[in-house]
Design a protein around this ligand. Sequence first.
Ligand code: GLU
Length: 471
Amino acid sequence: MTRKVRTRIAPSPTGFLHLGTARTALFSWAFARHHGGDFILRVEDTDEARSTQEAVDQIIAAMKWLNLDHDEGPFFQMQRIERYREVIGQMLEAGSAYLCYCTPAEVDAMREAQRARGDKPRYDGRWRPEPGKALPPVPDGVRPVVRFRNPVDGVVTWVDMVKGPISISNGELDDLVIARPSADASSAIGTPTYNFCVVVDDWDMQISHVIRGDDHVNNTPRQINILRALGAELPVYAHVPMILGPDGDKLSKRHGAVSVTEYEDAGYLPEAMLNYLARLGWSHGDEEIFSREQLVGWFDGQHLAKSPAQWDAAKLNWVNAHYVKGMPDDVLAGHVALRFASRGIEVTADERLARMCAVFKDRCATTVELAEWLTMYFVHIEPREEDLTMHVTEAIQPALRDLRDRLADTEWSKVALAAAIKAVITQHGIKMPQLAHAVRVLVCGRAQTPSIDAVLELFSREVVIARLSAG
Ligand code: GLU
C-alpha cells in the first residue's frame, strides 16, 4: 500500500520568511499538489527567546502572498508540549529513553577529557541502562535530562530523494538529549528538545515526505532512530542544497534582501517569485517561464539539483519583467495602486491607471518601477535644471507656445495629439526629438518616455497646458 503524500513546511518564527524556507515551502507544496496530497504548516516555536508573534504573522502573510495554501495548520509546537512529554513518558517506560543525572559541568568535564585524549567528544553512556550494569547512585538535587537510547551498532541508511543513499554509522551518534529540566520544574519530564519535537510531529502528522534544507542532514539519522524506536513509519527525506549568494557563500542579509516580504515591498509579483524560486535547484528541461499549474504538473520530486543554486538578481528581474508585461492591465493597476499606497499617494486602480500601465509596463522590471514612472500623473513634478537648460531652449519656445495654443482646443486623443505635434514641427521646421524632449521635460519631468502622444493622452488637458506654460 502506498502512503498518502503529506508534506510540511516547518518554519521557525525567529525572523521573516527567508527565501530558502520559501523555496522549501514551494517544493513541499508543489510535491503535495502534484500527488493530490496534503500540505501542512507547522510553526517550530520552541525557541521561546527568539520566537515572536510578529514573525509568525509575517510568515503566514508571506505564504499567503505566494499563494502556497496549506491544508492543515498552522500547528504550533508550543501548544503540543504535553504530547511530546506523553511520548517521552512512554519511551522511558519502554526503555528506549532513560534519565541521565550528569550535571552540565560533568558533561563538560567528560568532553574535555575526551578531547585531551584525542577522542571525539560524546556522551559516554554512564547513565545508560544495560543488562547487568550498575548505574551510579542518583545524586541529590540534580534534575535529570532524558536521553534517547540510540542503537550502538549498525548503520542508519536512507535513500535521500535529492542526494541518493546516505549512511551514517550508529557509532557516530551518541545518546541525544530529548528533554531538559524546565526552568519552572513544573513537569517531571521537562522541556522536550527540538529534534525530538520534529520527530513526534512528523509521526503524528503522518508526514510521508520531509523536504527541507540540507543543513538538517545531520539530524536525520537521529530522527530516523527515534522514529524506529517509536515503531513509526519512516518518511522519505529530500535534503535540498542551500541557496548561495553571488560570492558562493550561503545567501544571507549580507547579499541584500532575503525575506519574501522585502520582495513583495520591492514590487515583485508572487507568480514571478514562485517561478524564479522553483528554478533554484529544480528544473524541467529548459523551461524558464511556467505557470503554477505547469509546475504542479511537473513537480514529481525528480530533477532536484544535488549542487547548490546561486541567487541571481538579474534573472529574477528578467522573470519579473516578463510577468509584469504579461499581466492584464487592470490587474497590474491593482498592484501599482498598492505600491502608491505604501508611499502615501492615494491612487484608484481604475481604467485610466490600467491604460497608464499598458503604456509604461514594457520598460519596468517591477511594479515599484512602474509606480515610479507613473508618479508624474499624480503629483507635482519639478523638472531638473540641467534638463531644462539642455532641452527647453530659447529656440524651442515659439514652438512650445504654438503647441500649447493648439492643445487648448485639440480633441484629446492620441491620434489628435500626434497630429498637433506634427503640425507644430512642420510649421517651425524643427525635428521631432527637439519638440518632444522639451515637452517631456516640462510635462513629465524627464527627457525619455514612451511615445509622447500616448503619454500626453493620459494627462488631463489642464495639467499639460499648465506644465507647458511653466516653461
Ligand atoms: N524549523 C526548521 C528550520 O526552520 C525546519 C526543520 C525541518 O524541516 O525539519 O530550519
